[in-house]
Design a protein around this ligand. Structure first.
Ligand SMILES: C[S@@+](CC[C@H](N)C(=O)[O-])C[C@H]1O[C@@H](n2cnc3c(N)ncnc32)[C@H](O)[C@@H]1O
Length: 434
């Protein structure tokens, strides 16, 4: 029999909470025992107080060490191997894996904090681990204890009937569970998916698996990193990812004017052959809709135009078809205004302008935020040359992207490296497995 002790100043809270449903039936069958313990029983002062003001000042009361420690020791006198768990928002966040791990213990003892929390010495003296229910604050640990006991108890063999098998639950498979339907087949104009009504079990299994993968991809892509997946799952997720990336409206511009030089003067920098080639290749690889190379100098545009034409139409086009493909999305522009006009013409709306910089103090958009934004509106990601953008450019940008951090003082990436790294980060933040 599993024993769940709960140390609390409100033992009556447990009388009804755990007296319904399968957990209460399991208690009736003698599979488990729930044992609320009143911490006040071990408060020995005149008022049986379990809390006091905190050292150092500040609002709120703190639960005293003595009544809690003595309560744990009283439980341990009969049940020495019980595992002592503090419910604590600073603890490790509870998950299905923890429920499976805690199932291995014959006895668990939960300490329910109240007020501002408990005297820190309780942790040193009697606590084995701290568990949080999530990133929010409850008024006390009681509801957290009930939740954890419910999640663990339903895994004890014999607690759930076969009709409620926990094997396919969300998280047990590493994925979120597929949608369920019951009678009637049509309700308020909404029908049950046809595949579930045709009795073809292989097709039903396949539909359910794909729904699980789709829901997990959309809502909890973080779970996909550890979920056990087969080749079909991977192919399906790859398709979901590619569809999502195709709907992304991301543009890249490399500006050669107005840029700062070493003396902070405003200059036009030169186009380099490597930036033309490498950024075109990165942008095509990562599904950027267009890569604009911007310079007001006509001689520079003419040289760059010749390079691009060589690969699009000249000898280069037959020599290396891949390079032709890379340059198909590259365009030369005289000014940033021209770039914005072209995007607005194609997309029917002005793009969100996002500038990049190596400086850490001015960023106001993260990679996940930008990845999300590209799904909702066209975004122009601007990269600079020389010694970076002038203040005018930063002022006209809607956002400044979080910089790429190096590992030390030195942080001077080439612009082509920065483009590749940032595009890859945006890709990773699009979810899925790419
Ligand atoms: C009001 S809370 C104290 C919060 C504490 N001052 C803090 O900021 O970390 C009182 C008690 O509720 C319980 N509690 C609150 N939020 C919780 C959570 N997310 N998970 C587990 N227990 C929680 C803990 O036992 C905690 O000691």
């Amino acid at each position: 029999m599993k024993i769940y002790n709960i140390l609390t100043i409100f033992p009556k809270m447990f009388e009804s909470a755990l007296s319904f449903g399968v957990v209460s039936k399991a208690a009736d069958k003698g599979i488990l025992e729930i044992n609320p313990v009143d911490i006040r029983e071990c408060a020995y002062d005149r008022h049986r107080s379990t809390d006091d003001c905190q050292y150092g000042g500040g609002h709120g009361l703190v639960m005293k060490a003595e009544p809690v420690v003595e309560s744990v020791r009283a439980v341990k006198a009969n049940d020495p191997s019980t595992r002592v768990i503090m419910l604590d928002p600073r603890g490790k966040t509870f998950s299905q894996k923890d429920a499976e791990r805690l199932l291995e213990y014959e006895s668990l003892t939960f300490i329910c904090g109240r007020y501002e929390g408990v005297d820190e010495r309780i942790y040193d003296l009697v606590v084995d681990e701290s568990i949080s229910l999530g990133d929010f604050i409850l008024t006390g640990g009681e509801l957290a204890a009930i939740t954890i006991i419910d999640a663990v108890a339903r895994l004890i063999p014999g607690v759930l009937g076969d009709e409620n098998s926990p094997v396919e639950d969300s998280y047990s498979t590493g994925l979120l569970e597929y949608p369920h339907y019951t009678r009637p087949a049509e309700y308020e104009g909404l029908s049950v998916p046809e595949v579930l009504t045709n009795g073809h079990h292989a097709e039903i299994d396949r539909w359910r698996r794909e729904q699980s993968l789709r829901l997990t991809f959309e809502r909890r892509p973080d779970l996909l990193r550890e979920a056990p997946l087969n080749d079909h799952d991977r192919a399906f997720l790859r398709k979901l990812t590619l569809d999502k990336i195709k709907s992304r409206r991301l543009y890249v511009a490399l500006l050669h004017y107005p840029m700062k030089d070493k003396e902070k003067d405003v200059v036009a920098t030169s186009i380099t052959n490597m930036d033309l080639h490498d950024i075109s290749r990165s942008c095509t690889t990562y599904g950027v809709r267009k890569y604009f190379v911007v310079t007001p100098l006509s001689a520079q545009r003419e040289i760059a135009g010749r390079v691009i034409d060589h690969w699009l139409e000249g000898y280069g086009a037959t020599y290396n078809a891949n390079r032709k493909q890379a340059f198909m999305g590259t365009a030369l522009k005289e000014s940033l205004m021209e770039v914005l006009e072209e995007i607005e013409r194609v997309e029917g709306q002005r793009p969100r302008i996002v500038a990049t910089t190596a400086r850490t103090d001015r960023a106001n958009i993260s990679y996940p935020q930008l990845a999300e934004a590209t799904l909702n509106q066209p975004c122009l990601l601007m990269f600079g040359t020389g010694w970076g953008f002038t203040e005018d450019i930063f002022r006209m940008a809607d956002n400044i992207l979080q910089p790429i951090d190096g590992t030390g003082e030195f942080n001077h990436l080439s612009v082509r490296s920065a483009v590749a790294i940032i595009l890859d980060r945006l890709n990773r933040n699009s979810g899925g497995l790419l």
